[in-house]
Design a protein around this ligand. Structure first.
Ligand code: NAP
Length: 500
């Protein structure tokens, strides 16, 4: 068995960069233990000080943008423009969490005064959310920055006061190593406790991390199979721990009759082929009137594919789409161009009827990660209601509607909200804004926990758990709960939200 993780250039299939040594179990133990040792000091740093540290990490990453982007492009073939934007998104994400820390409502400070005259009598109760401990973060393959070493899970966990150990994705070891170097230097310069952030390499190191007693929660972005295996490992520990996996998603899009005009086709094809379709929010399943299929087909035929992130993904896309094309469940409408690159694929559009789709729901909702979509044709929107309700859990659901469709759009949204975490109107699901109001989650198998999001301000809630202090003297309480509200944060006092 190899003792190194080697990156590859997806455009040529040749090795890229120096191999990185796999982390042996003894070293995983040292890194996880160091993170656990750093945790108490980091968790009690004032939130405003943690905010400054996050901003320094963001600035350091921005300062090394050229090197990081070039390295990531070599290992992922995602292209310099996309990767430059992705790194900016990553640093702005760190800055958003600095804002979240300063605003302070994320700890949900709640103060109840004593009331001996009610049944049951109420003592002084003060509730706040506190960080869990050390978090293991599994980087994603398809976002080498935004969902990787310094990505959303790491940013939100560090913001919460947790320490972090990242499991680097094997598809971009050099990008991971360079990003980790920048993060470690910035944390050190900013005075964060030694060991508060660490990184490990190799599949076995991820297993060791999930099993490690010091690890108190896990964040994961990747496949349903890999996520399920690690979820089961986390739940099978003597002390099961929270596991937040973001897995597969088919992202249904419903084009209602009034919106089924050829104008819609270009937007669809652009969303489908962005990043060679390697987005968890890729619009892989479209419900549309038959009349729009030729326009969608022409738009896809005019697109070009690209090199996929790694050979395994390329092979899996080809095998999945070949099998669908060879089946009698769907027919190929059109194919885009396959560039002459090692792990390149062509965009593909399939179609089937709503009847065949409903009869073969499990097979036809399999995700083909990459630039492939299935159009399910219908005659009347009412034919869709039962089938939409049976869809597997998904990160997004989209409705395209003209004004004449508004009543139907409302009915479809009401069905989709049970299966999707974000419901989009007259836009496309790719592009996940990092914001206070974002929800990037959904029922299984889109995630392992439908209560939480992996993007946006509230993603920090995955790493913080409530504790109530009963009858404690004011001076011994965390600052967030003290009478004088020294941090000036929003709090619920005797049931009333108070914003100082
Ligand atoms: P993956 O194979 O699930 O890998 C993700 C991470 O989990 C990697 O660090 C991998 O380790 C680790 N891992 C996977 N299976 C494991 C196991 N049984 N035991 C221990 N560790 C395990 O995902 P991927 O390579 O990123 O992509 C493969 C597929 O995932 C895609 O084709 C797509 O369907 C899906 N995907 C979904 C999203 C999303 O946003 N929901 C994003 C990307 C990919 P190594 O790196 O060491 O292999």
């Amino acid at each position: 068995m190899s003792h190194v993780v080697q990156g590859y250039n997806p455009r040529t299939g040749e090795p890229f960069g120096e191999p990185v040594a796999k982390t042996p179990d003894s070293e995983v133990d040292r890194i996880a233990s160091a993170a656990a040792t750093a945790f108490p000091a980091w968790s009690v740093e004032p939130a405003a000080d943690r905010a400054v540290v996050l901003e320094k990490v963001a600035d350091a990453l921005d300062a090394e943008s050229d090197l990081l982007v070039a390295t990531a492009d070599g290992e992922t073939a995602l292209g310099v423009p996309r990767l430059t934007t992705e790194l900016k998104r990553t640093t702005n994400q760190l800055r958003l969490f600095a804002e979240v820390l300063r605003e302070g409502s994320y700890v949900e400070a709640t103060l109840d005064s004593a009331n001996p005259d009610i049944i049951p009598p109420r003592p002084v109760l003060r509730r706040v959310l506190r960080p869990l401990g050390t978090v293991a973060v599994f980087s994603a393959s398809n976002f080498p920055f935004a969902f990787s070493v310094a990505g959303g899970d790491t940013a939100s966990a560090l913001a919460s006061g947790c320490s972090v150990v990242v499991k680097a994705h094997s598809a971009h070891p050099s990008t991971s190593r360079e990003t980790a170097r920048v993060v470690l230097d910035a944390l050190r310069d900013a005075g964060a406790p030694e060991g508060v952030f660490g990184i490990v390499y190799g599949t076995e190191s991820g297993v060791a991390l999930v099993k490690h007693p010091a690890v108190r929660a896990v964040g994961f972005t990747g496949s349903t199979g890999g996520g399920r295996a690690l979820f089961d490992l986390a739940q099978g520990r003597p002390d099961p721990i929270p596991f937040y996996g973001e897995l597969g998603s088919v992202n249904p899009t419903v084009i209602l009759p009034g919106a089924a005009t050829p104008d819609i086709a270009a937007g669809f094809a652009a969303s489908l082929t962005m990043g060679v379709g390697q987005f968890c929010t890729n619009p892989g399943l479209v419900f549309a009137p038959e009349s729009i299929v030729p326009a969608l087909g022409e738009a896809v035929a005019a697109t070009s594919g690209g090199a996929m992130l790694n050979e395994r993904m390329c092979d899996s896309y080809k095998a999945g789409t070949d099998a669908l094309a060879a089946s009698d469940l769907a027919s190929v409408v059109s194919s885009g161009v396959r560039p002459d690159e090692a792990w390149a694929v062509a965009p593909l559009l399939f179609s089937t009827s709503v009847k065949v789709f409903e009869e073969n729901l499990e097979k036809l909702t399999e995700e083909h990660f990459g630039p492939a979509a299935l159009v399910v044709t219908y005659s009347e929107p009412s034919e869709l209601h039962s089938v939409l309700a049976k869809l597997p859990g998904t990160l997004t659901g989209t409705v395209h509607a003209a004004e004449s469709d508004h009543a139907e759009a409302g009915a479809v949204a009401e069905i989709l909200r049970h299966v999707a975490g974000r419901i989009i109107f007259n836009a496309w699901p790719t592009g996940v804004a990092v914001a206070w109001g974002q929800h990037h989650g959904g029922p299984w198998p889109s995630t392992t926990n439908p209560l939480h999001t992996s993007v946006g301000a509230t993603s920090i809630r995955r790493w913080i758990a409530p504790v109530t202090y009963q009858s404690w003297p004011d001076a011994l309480l965390p600052a967030e709960l003290q009478d004088a509200n020294p941090l000036g944060i929003p709090r619920r006092v005797d049931g009333v939200l108070v914003v100082d």
